[in-house]
Design a protein around this ligand. Structure first.
Ligand code: UDP
Ligand code: MG
Length: 153
């Protein structure tokens, strides 16, 4: 099954929204296979946001991502990269659709609650950036047969 990398950003941790976001993941039927709290530093953020390091907002973005510890997670499910990007919503919380995590919980283009991998290829790179292989559990919940039809598995 596909996996994706999610980060609960300082805007989520500091506002007490970790449970809200984790609850949405669980209720959707997405399987959590790894989760840990980490303090990010400039080095890992320059890698993670390599596509943004030259943008004028990068220093502010890096500072916002180091403001508190974050929670990194690996999620598992069929097509989970695309499914969870939809649940995440547009980058700017003011433009994200109601019903999405950002649309419901954020008013900001930067303090937008979560990061979610944007492709299967990037998900693999990002999972390896934040987790060692033994930290990602080879775990299938007992209710799998109620999350999917047999012919989907
Ligand atoms: N960001 C920002 N200003 C911008 C665009 C992005 O501060 O104009 C931040 C925002 O926190 C966003 C992150 O940079 O989540 C990564 O940007 P990306 O374009 O990859 O958006 P995402 O994939 O998170 O929706
Ligand atoms: Mg992105």
């Amino acid at each position: 099954m596909e996996q994706t990398l999610v980060i609960l950003k300082p805007s989520c941790v500091a506002r007490g929204l970790m449970g809200e976001v984790i609850s949405r993941i669980e209720k959707k039927g997405i399987i959590i296979t790894a989760m840990k709290m980490m303090q990010l530093d400039e080095k890992i953020l320059r890698e993670h946001y390599a596509h943004l390091v030259d943008r004028p907002f990068f220093p502010g973005l890096a500072a916002s991502m180091m403001a508190t510890p974050v929670v990194c997670m690996v999620l598992k499910g069929i097509d989970v990269v695309e499914v969870f990007r939809k649940m995440t919503g547009a980058t700017n919380g003011r433009k994200a659709e109601p019903g999405t995590i950002r649309g419901d919980l954020s008013m900001s283009g930067q303090a937008n609650i979560i990061h979610a991998s944007d492709s299967v290829e990037n998900a693999k790179i990002e999972i390896a950036r934040f987790f060692s292989p033994e930290e990602v559990m080879d775990y299938t919940p007992a209710n799998l047969g109620f999350l999917y039809a047999d012919d989907e598995l």
